[in-house]
Design a binder for this molecule. Structure first.
Ligand code: ADP
Length: 291
């Protein structure tokens, strides 16, 4: 079983001709709301990836924004451990989506900031713990350490970019970052492989957008090209990648197989609007892998 501990937000999305520059106002189209948040997106990607039982620890406010988030997770088959905040609203994210498919996102964390280390549910039956950095880093560190101590594999998607405490880095079995996050953790000097080595984590994956991804697996170097698709919205590409990857690993795939599966799922997510709504089913991923 996979446990995802992390953020859940309601995304407010507006399409615009381009992302506004500082001080600029851009007239966009109608706004739409979508359940999102890196944690919830990744939990849904795990659950849709076929056969991987998924639980999620999340925090929500006592407001109307919580219901669509709960509905989306429930519909995907994710079992929820909800911390209900009375003081903070449900997390929200404001996403500007440009015609070029690029996006700019501002998150108001709200209830996500209430999660504490002591909120981690019992880890009985859990083989993978999947974490991100949209919840307080002290809690993330405590969860990683607790899981590591109980023999659970700890996967961290170190997004959004920030420096990591040594105690957190030392408790990770697999680190997933994009190029910006790698630069934040390992600087920009040296080749990608040198910078990945510098992190001192057993397995590191760097995602490279439409150029695919690369991995360093205990000294072994792996490359996986992206699947060519017509991208319309890359919002949940990284989250879909992380969830599908951990689901594949938990079902016994080796890292090369899991990278292929995750890349196909992420490519499909780029072809549709929204975060959770864009995450493909297992059958859709298999169809792309066979094409
Ligand atoms: P993030 O969204 O976290 O910044 P990336 O942009 O690196 O992550 O994308 C994650 C993965 O999604 C990539 O490794 C790739 O497999 C897939 N992906 C992203 N953009 C595209 C695209 N335009 N076409 C196909 N696959 C893509």
């Amino acid at each position: 079983m996979i446990l995802v501990a992390g953020s859940a937000n309601l995304d407010f999305v507006v399409r615009a001709p381009h992302i506004p520059a500082p001080g600029e106002t851009v007239l966009g189209g109608a706004f739409q709301t979508f359940p999102g948040g890196k944690g919830a997106n990744q939990a849904i990607a795990c659950a849709r990836a076929g056969g991987a039982r998924t639980q999620m620890l999340l925090a929500l406010g006592s407001d109307a924004y919580a219901a669509p988030i709960e509905h989306s997770l429930r519909e995907a088959g994710v079992q929820m451990h909800i911390v209900r905040s009375l003081a903070e609203p449900t997390g929200t994210a404001f996403i500007c989506l440009a015609d070029s498919a690029e996006n700019a996102i501002t998150v108001a964390p709200g209830a996500n900031s209430c999660l504490r280390g002591s909120d981690l549910p019992p880890l009985t039956g859990v083989s993978y713990l999947l974490l991100q950095l949209e919840t307080p880093i002290a809690a993330v560190t405590t969860w990683a350490q607790a899981a590591r101590a109980q023999g659970v594999s700890v996967v961290l998607n170190a997004a959004p970019a920030c420096e990591l405490p040594v105690a957190l880095l030392g408790s990770i079995d697999l680190l997933i970052v994009n190029e910006g996050e790698l630069a934040c953790l390992a600087g920009s000097e040296g080749s990608i492989i040198e910078r990945m080595q510098r992190l001192n984590v057993a397995r590191v994956i760097v995602t490279l957008g439409p150029r695919g991804c690369c991995a360093l697996d205990r000294g072994e170097w792996l490359l996986q090209p992206a699947f060519p698709v017509k991208a319309v919205d890359t919002t949940a590409a990284g989250d879909t990648f992380c969830g599908a990857l951990v689901a594949a690993l938990s079902l016994g795939a080796n890292l090369a197989e899991a990278l292929r599966h995750a890349s196909a799922a992420a490519a499909l997510a780029c072809t549709r609007l929204g975060a959770q709504a864009s995450i493909p089913s297992y059958d859709e991923v298999q169809a792309l892998l066979r094409a």
